[in-house]
Structures are given as C-alpha cells and as structure tokens.
Design a protein around this ligand. Structure first.
Ligand code: HEM
Length: 458
C-alpha cells in the first residue's frame, strides 16, 4: 500500500522548519504535495488532510478510524490522566455530555454580563497613551472567566493562586531559552530547577489546589451553585456511580486551559486584524452602535458582521492549526489511498482554511465571505469535528464577541506598529509572536455623538 506523498526530511528538521514559520511551512507543504500529505514520525506515518471530503471521512468514519485518548498522552501531564482528552469510547462520551451541560442557554446568558464587566474592569486599567500588550491582558480576562464559569471561583486567594499557576503553566516552554533547556534535559526530573522538574512542580501545586477545592465543595454541597464543578460533583458516570474527586479535578483542567488560552489567543488575533483594517473596524463599530448603550449580550451574539469577523479570524489564523489525531484501526480508504492500521490521521485545519477553491484570496482578511456563503463543517472547522469537536465552541464565540464588543464600543485603541504580526507555535496553539502591542487613546464616543459634535463644529 502506498502512502500519500510527503517530505523525506528527518522529523527533527521538519519540527525546526515548522517552529520557525508554522503557517509558511504548511503553505509550502500543501503547495508541493497537495491536500493529503504524509510526514513520518520514526516508523509511524502521520497523514495530514486538508480536503473536505477526506476530513469528512476522518470525523465521521467511526468504524475504521478511532479518536483514541492515548494519542493525546503528551498533554496528560498538565490536563490530567482522567481528563476528557485522554478518554475514549463510552466513558469519553459520558464525560463530554457532563461537561457540556454547563454551557446551556440560561447559564450563558447569566455569565454574559459578567464577561462584559470583567472586560471593562481590566481594559479600563490601561493608561491612556501608554502601550500595552493585548494578549496577556485578554488572557487575564479569559482565564478569569474560565475559572469562574468552570469552578465558580470569582475571587479570593485560591482563585488568584489557581490563575497564576495556569498562566505560568501556559507560558512555560514558550520562550527560546525554555525550548533549548527542554531539548537539552528532556523529560528528566532533576528537581525544581530543571525544566521537566519545574513542570512537575507546577502540576503538583495546581492539581493539589484544584483537588482541595473539589473536596471542599463536595463537603459543603450548595445546590444553588451553577458552574461546571457543581454539575460534575452531582453527576453520575456511565455505570450510575458518582465521579471521584480526582476524576472531577482532571475534567476541569482542559476546559480551563482552553478557555484561557485558545479563547485569549483568538481575541488577541481579532484585535490585531480589526485595528489593521480601518474599513473592517468602522463597519463593526457601525453595527455595534446600532444596538445602543448597554446592549443585551444575546443581541451582541446575534450580530451578523461581528459573527463574520470572528469566523474570519478563526479561518485565517485558526488558534489550533490541527484537530487532535485519529488512529486507523482497520484498513481504510481515504481520498483514494488505502491506509494501514497504525496510521495516524490529522485534520489540517489551517491548510483547509487556506484553500483557494473555498476561500479566494485566502491571505486576505475578508469577513464578507462568511456573509455571502455558508461553509460546511468540513470546509470551516476551527473547532475540529466528530467525536472530539470542541465542547466550548459556542461559549468561545459568545465570549469572543462580548469581549470584542465591549472593548471596541467603549475604547479607542490603535496598533503600536503597522508591521505584520508573526505567528508563534506554542505546543498546540499559534500565538501572535509580539502579543499584539496596542495603545489606548481613552474612551470612545458613540458614532451618533461624534456626528453631533462634528455638526456643532461646522
Ligand atoms: C476560540 C477558542 C477555541 C478554539 C479555536 C478551540 C478549538 C478546539 C479544537 C480544534 C479542538 C479539537 C477538536 C477535534 O480534535 O476534532 C478542541 C477540543 C476541545 N476544546 Fe476547544 N477551542 C476553543 C475554546 C474552548 C473552550 C472555551 C473550551 C471550554 C470551556 C474548550 C474545551 C475543549 C475541550 C475539553 C476539547 C477536547 C474535546 C474532546 O477531547 O472530546 N475549548 N477545541
């Protein structure tokens, strides 16, 4: 059986080329080899697919292709052995269902106002005229929202410590020096001052704090509490048994990491694109202003142009370039290639979103394409698909829209530099390399007010 074509370069060199320029490298590979490409990892073929019909097979053929949890073991250190990423089969299905209960309409509506308040509080701290880096500022909001929605913790010493540990864990390994040290020392625990030892230390601290919170909450059950932790404490597994405290803790980890990191990154990229393109910003402001002062979060969520802008941000620079890997369990045909058991399949989100036939002028930021055309879930897939599709997709879009609407309608912001922002790959997510440097010029006047002022001046 012949594998799809691909580079013969050693995997360590591919890793370096990809890290140096992730989007550029994927563009070169797609151009040279097409929309189904094999990269060898030792003796394991990893097949990347950026063709909608191939992606449909990966997400829907559950007979021959499995979304196995052990393929995600690299993430287990920080997201727990019993976290949703590590699970598969019935157990995975059950835990996903439990986690998704949190995001029902009434609860989302209730936390909408809170998201706007938190955004206002954090952005108002920026000094007028003094540059700030958008990504960590936004991450501060998204992590706070994540911890609140997931654990119901809104303040206090434990909340601050948990947030700090999540941020440290997310940042660790991103800088060049961390990467060099991790390469030299590998996964050897040489104490807290060695790279792997430090990650183990962070993990131990974070896991202990979360476990204490779970234990306390179970002991003082409060039925009026409405968060993911409360749902999980009362939940039953597929055999009708309650979940253990360790299981509950592990299930909380991925959603908090994702809520802070993936959402924060997407919003930072959105701020970059919106402020780079004045026509996009002014059309967005016109739409936001049409809702008047203090709009209902649900009305913000329904705005068509804001929706198109968020989709275009997630198309052009999807925060997660690839879906999680799937495994061929019995011989299967994908796009004319017969693939053997043991082959790993990856839906390549980035390269699908760069297809000229789906998205003409794919390097151009054009939100209008989402107003003119409806894309299938195999053509536009920022949240993956199939049995592992992102559990927080609707919530992430809700949060993204509310944070952007609050910032844009209230504040006059500008990019510090007009230089294009480079993407930087950090484990799973593609961050803006400089973090998007911005400056605030203070409060913004609504368009009608600005028009009256302009009229007065004539
Ligand atoms: C813009 C923000 C986000 C993006 C772009 C994003 C993207 C993704 C993608 C691509 C996947 C993999 C799906 C697959 O393999 O098919 C995923 C999985 C996941 N996401 Fe998100 N995500 C975001 C926000 C969130 C939020 C806010 C949460 C929770 C509150 C969340 C929780 C998860 C979890 C738990 C999984 C694993 C699901 C499983 O293994 O069954 N994500 N996400």
């Amino acid at each position: 059986m012949q594998l799809p074509p691909g580079p013969k370069t050693p995997s360590w060199l591919i890793g370096l080329q990809f890290e140096a320029n992730p989007f550029g490298y994927m563009d070169v590979i797609s151009k040279r080899y097409g929309d189904i490409v094999t990269l060898m990892l030792g003796s394991t073929p990893i097949v990347y697919v950026s063709n909608p019909s191939g992606i449909k097979d990966i997400f829907t053929n559950t007979k021959e292709i499995a979304a196995r949890g052990d393929l995600n073991r690299d993430f287990a250190l920080m997201t727990g052995k019993q976290g949703v990423l590590q699970l598969d089969g019935i157990c995975h299905k059950n835990r996903r269902k439990l986690l998704m209960q949190t995001f029902h309409g009434a609860r989302m509506q209730a936390c909408g106002r809170r998201i706007c308040e938190l955004t206002e509080k954090i952005i108002s701290k920026q000094t007028v005229g003094k540059p700030f880096v958008a990504y960590p500022t936004i991450e501060d909001i998204t992590l706070k929202v994540g911890i609140e929605v997931v654990m119901g913790l809104d303040k206090g010493e434990r909340h601050d410590k948990i947030k700090h540990l999540f941020i440290t864990a997310l940042r660790y390994g991103q800088s060049a020096i961390d990467k060099i040290l991790l390469n030299i020392f590998g996964e050897r625990d040489l104490g807290r001052w060695s790279p792997y030892g430090y990650r183990l230390y962070l993990r131990q601290q974070l896991f202990q704090l979360l476990l204490t919170e779970v234990e306390e909450r179970r002991q003082q059950l409060n039925f009026s509490q409405t968060d993911m932790l409360a749902d999980l404490i009362l939940a039953e597994d597929e055999t009708g048994q309650p979940l253990s405290n360790e299981e509950v803790r592990d299930l909380l980890l991925s959603p908090i990491f994702a809520a802070g990191d993936a959402s924060g990154t997407a919003i930072a990229w959105a701020l970059y694109w919106i402020h780079r393109l004045p026509t996009v910003r002014s059309r967005l402001l016109e739409e936001l202003d049409s809702l008047g002062d203090n709009p209902d979060p649900m009305n913000i969520f329904a705005l068509p142009y804001l929706n198109a802008v968020c989709n275009e941000v997630l198309r052009i620079y999807p925060t997660q370039l690839f879906a999680f890997p799937r495994l061929v369990e019995s011989t299967v045909e994908v796009m004319g290639y017969k693939l053997n058991p043991g082959t790993v399949l990856i839906a390549n989100i980035y390269s699908t979103h760069q297809r000229e036939d789906l998205y003409p002028e794919p390097k151009e930021f054009q939100p209008e394409r989402f107003l003119e055309k409806q894309f299938s879930p195999y053509e536009f897939l920022p949240f993956g698909g199939g049995s592992r599709v992102c559990i927080g997709a609707t919530f992430a879009l809700f949060e993204m829209k509310l944070i952007l609407a609050t910032i844009l309608s209230r504040y006059e912001l500008e990019l510090v530099s007009q230089r294009p922002e480079r993407p930087k790959y950090g484990g799973l997510i593609c961050y803006p390399a400089s973090g998007v440097k911005m400056v605030t010029h203070g409060l913004r006047q609504h368009q009608e007010q600005s028009q009256i002022l302009a009229f007065d001046l004539i």
